[in-house]
Design a protein around this ligand. Sequence first.
Ligand SMILES: [Fe+2]
Length: 208
Amino acid sequence: MYTLPNLPYAYEALEPHIDAETMKIHHDKHHQAYLDKLNAALESQVELASLPVEDLLWQFEEHQAKLPAEVATALRNHGGGYANHNLFWEIMSPEGPRQAVGELTKALDATFGSFADFQAKFVDVATKHFGSGWAWLAIDQTGKLAVYSTSNQDSPLMQQHRPLLGVDVWEHAYYLKYQNRRPDYLAAIWQVLDWQKIEERYLQAVGK
Ligand SMILES: [Fe+2]
């Protein structure tokens, strides 16, 4: 059985950029629902359910080939939703540096030119993503930083990429406060990302 991690801060901690009501519904209802459906789908898959969900997604294709279709779909959608939200809460905070720090700064500069150039690309990808999904900064299979989006709850782990930063662009992430104005939400998100946490994920991913 997987469990719902507590938010590492209060619902209102990310105000005014992300409102308390959105955080409460997002964590207590949406994240809980992904978790419940993942647990239900894996109820008869005791061995799989004993593994970290990130491992299941990393080897999704192999699992998909062996699992009943509806279980594989549930793993993709609800396992992805569970893992993506775990990451999302972790890389935000009411404090923390609002720009890259340490080793990741150098890597972002080398890949995108500057932090501002990275931000512009990320916002562009996130804004243009059609429908529900996520925008990502991830390390690809060759060890390079990459910015892209995925649909629904697909995780970079499914293509053996290591996600460093994920921003939820489902309407449930911003509609109460920003309604249809996704660009306003994407302008505000930089005020709540914790680049110390993202740096820690980067160092872990590159083995430093
Ligand atoms: Fe979400």
